[in-house]
Design a binder for this molecule. Sequence first.
Ligand code: AQP
Length: 332
Amino acid sequence: MAKPRVFSGVQPTGNLHLGNYLGAIRNWVKLQADYECIYCVVDMHAITVWQDPADLTRATREVTASLIAAGIDPEGSILFNQSRVPSHAETAWIFNCVARMGWLNRMTQFKEKAGKDRENASVGLFAYPNLMAADILAYQATHVPVGEDQKQHLELARDIAQKFNFDYGVEHFPAPEPLILGEATRVMSLRDGTKKMSKSDASDQSRINLTDSADDIAQKIRRAKTDPAALPASVEELEGRPEARNLYAIHAALGDETVADVVAAFAERQFSDFKKEMTERAVDRLGPLTAEMRRLMADPGHIDAILHRGAERANEIAAPILAETKRIVGFV
Ligand code: AQP
């Protein structure tokens, strides 16, 4: 029996951080055993906000190197960059005509990213969820591993698939399911436990980048915001303590434990002890990944060849699906 198909993407908008790693990429690696996996560096999403061209090229290679270093196998899985496969843009246009303005108006990520200056945001930023739906449905993928922040966009992808099928009286697109896995599905900023850890946060102290050295990691964890209360004796005691909750979730996820395991291990101990052990765990986990990524980045030609080959394989799957989509729409 054919394995179910997974699609997921990451933007080359800067260095990947611990949130991307624990919320998404680590799960991508695990899913390779049981799914047919298509992983995409979504450069067309990246340009929904301004990207310096040279930085975009560098970040595309760097993100690809991080994915391979984290354990994505470019032979077994398909790894490529979005702009090389035309089905994404072509399907997205059709979805621009299926999705309703009212649906997109409800997307919280657009509100957060456009901020107060909505009039000045790009049309691409507004239509971003339609392109994301196209990314997934261009392959008729059924499962999408994402962090919690992407749940709303995935629900929109399901709505688009259903409306397309209903409008045209077909069963062409599946309704894709989110796979939100692990103890750290929403990693928060190290400076503010109520804000998501993000590449675009102005403060580098807010996140642990996958390119950070052991010293950087140690310093960021030492300075991470905490609260004056004692370490919790139960999981319930983490309620209302967003910074402590976040650090516990990160420590648990890095060690493949539950938050309850971490609570039990540190009850009646000091935050300084906890932070020391958290640093060791983060460095042990990320150090080899960073070293491998640096090694891969020394040969950008090799990374480009992987992306090109991946795009060819992705296109082999997407081209016949796009041909059928166009036939259904009535394009000659
Ligand atoms: N803080 C997070 N916690 C858990 N998962 C996260 N993801 C991102 N941030 C967190 C997951 O990582 C995958 C790739 O995300 P992306 O880079 O394509 O876009 P994003 O969600 O917009 O990430 P950033 O860091 O916030 O990027 P910028 O600042 O450029 O917008 C997704 O599966 C996402 O859920």
